[in-house]
Design a protein around this ligand. Structure first.
Ligand SMILES: NC(=O)c1ccc[n+]([C@@H]2O[C@H](COP(=O)([O-])OP(=O)(O)OC[C@H]3O[C@@H](n4cnc5c(N)ncnc54)[C@H](OP(=O)(O)O)[C@@H]3O)[C@@H](O)[C@H]2O)c1
Length: 225
């Protein structure tokens, strides 16, 4: 059976990836930060890894624990939205900028060289959970400016990772989950988490239809960068 690694598996979209992959019989590694989340994931049969993506020692510890493993799908999911009222006319504080850009951008930069060797041996897929809000082509209102900017940068990292790792057999895609009912998406979002994740799994598993170096939504529709 295949193996998945979900970075940020404690709740929302990441937890649902863990649940669905376990249900499908996959071996699942999932990262968490709290003890309660470790126990919940363990009880689902997930191999748990205690990783705050902002903690370089914990990221190094994850690399050590996974050394030699073959991973078919890495879900780079951990993310934060930051200030809801961030707009062009309301710039972020240093603290707001640091939290969003370190979590959504710097962490991916540091995790890419950790997960790439695990994917090379399985000719696996790296799925960066981005957002349509990161599409420059699609941008209009500046609501969520800081988050939008971070996800545009995450998309750049996906494209650069494709250039680096696709020649070694790794497929790299950026995914928009839809507007999903989670802590981040809120109760009024229009997609339930199970539908979003089932759709993204279909895109991740269908190597022929959804090629490396591209940006898709959970329905498989290609998105403009
Ligand atoms: N929901 C939507 O409508 C939507 C739309 C587009 C894109 N997305 C993207 O989808 C991804 C998941 O979103 P979600 O809706 O599931 O959000 P969520 O419910 O707020 O969950 C966020 C996840 O990220 C983890 N995380 C945050 N900071 C972390 C850190 N420093 N180290 C390790 N893990 C960290 C959280 O872990 P803890 O539980 O430990 O905090 C949690 O597992 C994000 O990248 C988000 O930007 C969501």
């Amino acid at each position: 059976m295949p193996t998945a690694l979900i970075v940020g598996a404690s709740r929302g979209i990441g937890l649902e990836f863990a649940r669905q992959y376990r249900e499908a019989g996959w071996t699942v590694y999932g990262t968490h930060r709290s003890e309660a989340d470790r126990i919940r994931l363990r009880d689902m049969g997930v191999q748990t890894l205690n990783v705050d993506v902002l903690n370089t020692s914990e990221v190094a510890g994850m690399a050590w624990q996974l050394e030699g493993e073959r991973i078919d799908a890495v879900i780079m999911n951990a993310g934060v939205f930051g200030p809801r009222n961030s707009t062009i006319v309301r710039p972020p504080s240093d603290a707001e900028f640091d939290l969003v850009m370190r979590t959504n951008v710097l962490a991916i930069m540091r995790l890419l060289p950790v997960v790439a060797p695990l994917l090379v041996s399985a000719r696996g897929t790296l799925a960066i959970i981005s957002s349509r809000m990161g599409s420059i082509a699609d941008s209009g209102a500046s609501y969520g400016m800081l988050y939008r900017t971070s996800k545009a940068a995450a998309n750049m990292l996906g494209k650069l990772a494709h250039g680096e790792y696709h020649p070694m057999g790794v497929r790299v895609i950026s995914l928009h989950p839809g507007w999903v009912r989670t802590d981040m998406g809120g109760p009024n979002a229009d997609v339930d988490v199970a539908t979003s994740v089932a759709g993204m799994r279909n895109v991740i598993e269908n190597h022929q239809a959804y090629s490396s170096g591209n940006f898709f939504d959970y329905k498989g529709q290609a998105l403009a960068w």
